[in-house]
Design a protein around this ligand. Structure first.
Ligand code: CP
Length: 337
């Protein structure tokens, strides 16, 4: 695809070569994300960050990624702090804010809303999550993490074996990840959820049409026995009509160190898009996994910065200029990475 000037709204806009291009650019961002080098390639550019649903990782890592490329961030969070609360349309909001920004990252609770906003925007818009629909940058960072985690084991994304566990109905990250996996070959997917929270049938059909082996289950232990990746998800309580309804499912699938040791192959990688729900009633990924070296959740969040830097560099067409605007860091950097 032509990245320069494009919106990033859905993973369905990518071919496999596009994903590989994003990953190659993400690799090149490592010295900057890891605070070895500083680049000012986007000096003077402005990111409009508009998050109308709660977010920690996506909002802050999009902002950090833009800062790390030398740009500045202007953000608004929550409808209550925006003129949308006064009845302004997405069209008007897009026309206005795209005059203030060079690129926009946006999250909104309604499916299709980010695409509607993008249609009126004068600058590229990146979907930071639209309701239960899609979360393309998360799927990219998840797949980038899978690639890196498995590389040292002589395995790749082709022939991947993955169990996706939890709320597969409302979890937009697993929707985008499944669609992205359709670009690869010979994937085995085990979908573990309560029947009421199963993966949308259209996405299961897409996986099967891509030639992938798809199994469904309501039992965690047997489903995680022969996979490379266990990808756990939170019950998306904000999509339910009541807390009581969400309570019916919370805590149904809990992975802890004991279950991992008993049922998983050695070195099975544990992933989660985060936030994990650490309340006693949920604990889909127990804290007792925190010292397990195969817990990749914080490598995922670190990789998110690399992937989001790559998206900005590609969409704003500065990939080949990043290093020319760089210098070494001149402050103390702890060994974080
Ligand atoms: N994974 C993710 O979307 O996290 P946030 O809701 O914190 O952005």
């Amino acid at each position: 695809m032509q990245f320069a000037g494009s919106h990033i709204l859905s993973v369905t806009q990518f071919e496999r070569a596009d994903v590989e291009r994003i990953f190659a650019v993400a690799d090149r961002m490592q010295p900057y994300a890891h605070r070895e080098r500083v680049t000012k390639v986007l000096d003077g550019a402005i990111l409009g960050s508009m998050f109308f649903e709660p977010s920690t990782r996506t909002r802050v890592s999009f902002g950090s990624a833009f800062n790390l490329l030398g740009g500045e961030v202007r953000e608004t969070t929550g409808f209550e702090n925006s003129a949308i609360a006064k009845g302004e349309s997405l069209y008007d909001t897009a026309r206005v804010l795209s005059g203030y920004s060079d690129v926009i990252a946006m999250r909104h609770p309604a499916e299709g809303s980010v695409a509607e906003f993008a249609a009126a925007s004068r600058v590229p818009v990146i979907n930071g999550g639209d309701g239960a629909n899609e979360h393309p940058s998360q799927a990219l960072l998840d797949l980038y993490t899978i690639k890196k985690e498995l590389a040292g084991r002589g395995r790749g994304i082709d022939q991947l074996r993955i169990a996706m566990v939890g709320d597969l109905r409302y979890g937009r990250t697993v929707h985008s990840l499944c669609k992205l996996l359709c670009l690869f070959k010979g994937v085995q997917v085990v979908l573990v959820s309560p029947q009421e929270l199963c993966m949308p049938p259209a996405i299961v059909e897409e996986l099967r049409e891509a030639g992938h082996d798809v199994m469904t289950s309501e039992v965690l232990e047997a489903s995680i026995a022969h996979v490379d990746i266990v990808y756990s998800t939170r019950i998306q309580e904000e999509r339910f009509s009541s807390q009581q309804e969400a309570d019916l499912y919370r805590g149904r699938f809990r992975l802890n160190q004991s279950i991992y040791t008993q049922h998983c192959e050695p070195n099975t990688v544990i992933m989660h898009p985060l936030p994990r729900d650490s309340r006693d009633t949920a604990r889909e990924l127990d804290d007792d996994l925190n010292d397990n070296p195969n817990l990749a959740i914080f490598r995922q969040t670190d990789n998110g910065v690399l992937v989001r830097m790559a998206l900005f560099a590609l969409v704003l067409d500065v990939v080949e200029q990043v290093d020319a605007h760089a210098r070494d860091v001149n402050w103390y950097t702890a060994g974080r990475f």
